[in-house]
Design a protein around this ligand. Structure first.
Ligand SMILES: Nc1ncnc2c1ncn2[C@@H]1O[C@H](COP(=O)(O)OP(=O)(O)OP(=O)(O)O)[C@@H](O)[C@H]1O
Ligand SMILES: [Mg+2]
Length: 274
């Protein structure tokens, strides 16, 4: 098997006295989409932010994260991004007061040629609306801008956090189509709660529960396991969107045990048992 593009080993994150990630280990394949799943509040965003060096200052990060042979945790975010780690955050973070063109221009890097042709081929809408203020775009258009901004530069890996959240079904499909095309050339670690999108895009899945990896393996296999999906994600059907609400401490062990022996990987031992 080819080497993973990202290796996360025993990742532990504490923020404000909360031990959010308690020894998370998984890998991301060098091609295609790996999806990071789990109930609300389980630590999916915390995982992506730790990888890209954006844990809040009052947080503590331990463990190992490597992109290829490069160790990431000791490096500043801007260096990681320059090194080819693209990050599309959960809240999109476009500059509302700036135009589409200005938002894109801010993502240009000195010394490299920005790939406007690639971005506009994927998102012709951004070209048409280049003079429009980003704050007046629809949610879907803002998401396209957030993804387009990252694709202006070459990436070795993309981290994309809930790109379809809050979007109308038609726009969800458009975003999924774009991600499908993007993933043909760059591997993607995707946080996504819409299981129809997961079904369409994901090859591998990693499921977080209670601060650890509760399941890892073939995404399509996971979706076939309705009881397991319900137990791990709290969804009633493999098509549904995960309902909002606090995570509950449903036991995942029994369902997980049923698929043990496949590619399922139970969590690595917690760092300190707390
Ligand atoms: N800066 C912070 N300060 C305090 N607690 C935090 C902070 N960031 C995250 N948390 C807590 O860590 C836990 C995990 O949060 P995180 O945002 O990673 O979850 P998530 O899986 O992305 O959830 P969602 O599905 O709602 O996006 C939550 O209980 C959250 O309240
Ligand atoms: Mg999140």
């Amino acid at each position: 098997m080819s080497e993973p593009v990202l290796t996360v080993e025993n990742l532990s994150v504490r923020i404000a006295g909360l031990h959010i990630l308690q020894g998370v280990s998984f890998t991301v394949a060098p091609t295609g989409v790996t999806v990071l799943l789990g109930r609300n509040g389980v630590g999916k965003t915390t995982t992506l932010r730790a990888v890209v060096g954006l844990t809040p200052r009052n947080g503590e990060v331990r463990g190992t994260v490597r992109m290829g042979a490069q160790s990431l945790l000791s490096q500043r975010t801007h260096r990681l991004v320059r090194g080819g780690l693209g990050y599309v955050p959960e809240d999109r973070c476009v500059f509302a007061g700036l135009t589409v063109a200005e938002n894109l221009r801010l993502a240009e890097r000195r010394g490299t040629r920005p790939a406007y042709d690639r971005v506009f081929a994927l998102f012709p809408e951004l070209d048409r609306r280049s003079r429009q203020r980003a704050g007046s775009l629809s949610g879907g258009q803002q998401q396209m801008l957030a993804i387009g901004r990252v694709l202006l530069n070459d990436n070795r890996l993309l981290l994309v956090d809930e790109p379809t959240k809050g979007l109308a079904p038609k726009v969800v499909t458009e975003v999924a189509e774009v991600l499908e095309r993007v993933a043909e050339s760059v591997p993607v670690l995707l946080v996504e709660q819409n299981l129809a999108v997961v079904r369409r895009l994901a090859r591998d899945a990693v499921v977080l529960a209670a601060g650890r990896v509760a399941w890892a393996g073939d995404a399509q296999e996971l979706l076939l396991e309705t009881a397991l999906t319900r137990s791990l994600l709290g969804v009633g059907s493999a098509e549904g969107h995960q309902p909002a609400g606090p995570a509950t401490d449903q036991p995942v062990g029994s369902a997980t045990d049923r698929v043990a022996g496949r590619r399922a990987a139970a969590a690595s031992a917690p760092e300190d048992g707390s």
